[in-house]
Design a protein around this ligand. Structure first.
Ligand code: NAP
Length: 297
């Protein structure tokens, strides 16, 4: 099986590359917007900006992958609110370019979506819950899902949330940022009113592999096993990494005055994934313990 990864240099793209190289014998092609791969496993690498329709077509037609895994995205939620044209071009038009190219060579697309398609009034959400995005990023993620759902190609949409883990040159995710601050004895303001699962990227990559192996199509939630507030997650981080809990200051989301509204009572129900894949993801404590090992802390 030939797999082409778009956005292979991002946090998830790197996790998919390493988990797939370890756990499968798939032929992997890494692509991302940059000139070089940030993670060298000796797989072929090609520069591919998903907003450039002709380039996407050329690369996909050259490799003729069985599956395109799309990890490419504009992921800064607040910037999506203010840089609407650019973020739409990547998060929605980019996905449409992949669909057009996939159709030409009969590839399936595996694409990642988010709990931000929901309003956060009554989470946790199942695959059947009705979306109602409250941010521009959420609207983009929903538009991309709809582009896949209404296309005539084979697809899997994986909804996930609050990713954490390590990678080369990756943007600091919530866990890594918090760890860096706390370990340098700097206080952090952490919200008590955003409730959701948190997701270790290794689990997300492994779940994605299982979905591909079983040829599952449609919508699947993949996320960590427990649902908790960011503040509770911070407390667990202090326990695992032996950091000072008093440096974690509880605040509310409203006090942050962020450009993009956040779904507060969110979370994803993962029963479908667990029952169909027979796969149990880590809870937050297990995920943090693995992170500690990975960081050699
Ligand atoms: N992170 C989370 O907590 C979270 C939660 C729910 C869903 N998701 C979804 O999971 C997926 C992966 O997220 P992630 O955390 O791995 O994000 P990430 O680390 O920001 O990775 C995204 C990658 O896409 C690249 N990219 C941006 N524009 C591109 C373009 N036009 N063509 C090709 N590549 C492009 C980025 O490059 P640059 O860095 O150079 O821009 C980056 O390497 C996304 O679909 C995201 O929406 C993430």
């Amino acid at each position: 099986m030939k797999i082409l990864i778009a956005g292979a240099n991002g946090l998830l793209g790197q996790a998919i590359t390493s988990v797939f190289s370890r756990e499968s014998d798939f032929e992997i092609i890494q692509t991302s917007a940059e000139e070089k791969s940030y993670l060298d496993y000796g797989f072929p690498y090609k520069t591919m900006d998903i907003t450039l329709k002709d380039d996407v077509k050329k690369v996909v037609e050259f490799y003729e992958p069985d599956i395109i895994i799309n990890c490419a995205a504009f992921t800064n939620v607040d910037k999506c609110e203010t840089e609407r044209e650019l973020s739409w071009k990547i998060n929605v038009d980019g996905v449409k370019n992949l669909i057009i190219a996939a159709r030409r060579v009969n590839s399936k697309i595996v694409h990642f979506s988010s709990d931000y398609i929901f309003d956060g009034k009554s989470g946790p959400y199942s695959e059947e819950s009705v979306p109602n995005p409250i941010s521009f990023y959420g609207r983009e993620k929903l538009a991309a899902e709809n582009a896949l759902i209404t296309s005539d190609i084979k697809f899997t949409v994986i909804r996930t949330l609050v990713l954490y883990g390590i990678g080369n040159n990756v943007k600091p995710n919530f866990a890594l940022w918090m760890l860096e601050e706390l370990k340098n004895n700097r206080p952090v303001n952490i919200v008590t009113d955003q409730i959701s699962n948190v997701t270790m990227i290794d689990d997300l990559a492994f779940g994605t592999l299982k979905l591909i192996e079983k040829d599952c199509t449609g919508i699947y939630n993949i996320a960590g096993a427990d649902i908790l507030s960011r503040y509770e997650f911070a407390m667990k981080m202090c326990e695992v990494f032996k950091l000072k809990k008093e440096l974690v200051l509880p605040i509310t989301t409203a006090s942050l005055n962020q450009p993009a509204p956040r779904p507060l009572k969110s979370g994803l129900i993962i029963l479908k994934m667990e029952s169909e894949l027979g796969f149990k993801p880590m809870d937050s404590l297990e995920g943090l313990r693995l992170l500690k090992v990975q960081l050699g802390y």
